[in-house]
Design a protein around this ligand. Structure first.
Ligand SMILES: [Ca+2]
Length: 242
């Protein structure tokens, strides 16, 4: 497994030799995790889960952003990759490319494609994919505070067959009782959800799962048969203070 820090150092040394070092330092500072799919497997991740063998596959068909390999996830069952690199993080930015391919979810069905977990395996952030008509899906950001129910704070459309850039920013409130926690979602650079006043100061992030993390089909046997979503260029950053 390649350590991002080693990669960063090599890049900086090379750029410094070319006289470009100062340009890239800001862009790589705070890198917590990178997906490692370019190695052709999921070895950069802490663990994986497949309800159906073969549901996770690192291949060239799933590659995006001009790279060589990406992750294909069959979405007719639970299938996810998990990183535990976030170490009780209180400020996180996750970005990745997502192509929902030919997923057409029936009304009422949904797939959680991203979840943040904290202490005791409780989760407190979800990105939820729902159907929105032929070739379109809707991606919604749901968060919860210290002890509350999930609250949907916004959503945007993702296009099937396209490289959709997804960015999620989550910050815990400054103290246990403050209400200045925040969460935001960008899709292809457009701000689709933004909540600047969340009482989430007792939470932190200790692991992240990506893929078909959870799904609800309402027991419909026709639920999303033979579909896949593609994920690539997953990075987790510790953002700079606002
Ligand atoms: Ca890649």
């Amino acid at each position: 497994m390649r350590k991002p820090s080693t990669v960063v150092i090599v890049i900086l040394v090379c750029l410094a030799a070319l006289g470009l070092g100062t340009v890239s330092v800001a862009q790589v500072q705070g890198l917590i995790f990178a997906d490692g799919f370019e190695s052709g497997d999921t070895s950069a991740w802490f663990r994986t889960r497949e309800q159906t063998p073969g549901a996770l596959d690192v291949n060239t068909a799933a590659a995006m952003a001009g790279s060589t390999y990406g992750l294909e996830v069959a979405a007719d069952g639970i299938a996810w990759v998990e990183t535990r690199e976030p170490d009780r993080e209180r400020d996180l930015k996750v970005s990745f490319f997502f192509n929902p391919d030919n997923i057409e979810l029936i009304p009422g069905a949904r797939i959680d494609i991203l979840r943040f977990y904290g202490k005791g395996r409780h989760h407190h952030l979800r990105l939820v994919l729902r159907g929105a008509g032929p070739g379109l899906s809707r991606l919604a950001l749901l968060v919860r505070g210290n002890s509350g129910r999930y609250q949907e704070i916004g959503s945007g459309l993702v296009v099937a067959g396209a490289e959709n850039l997804i960015e999620v920013d989550w910050r815990a409130a400054s103290t246990r009782n403050d209400t200045n926690g925040s969460a935001a979602l960008w899709i292809n650079g457009e701000l689709e959800a933004n909540e600047p006043s969340i009482a989430n100061g007792r939470l932190d992030v200790r692991s992240i799962r990506l893929g078909s993390v959870a799904l609800v089909s309402h027991q419909n046997p026709e639920f999303v048969p033979d579909v896949a979503g593609y994920f690539d260029e997953v990075t987790i950053l510790r953002p700079e203070a606002p």
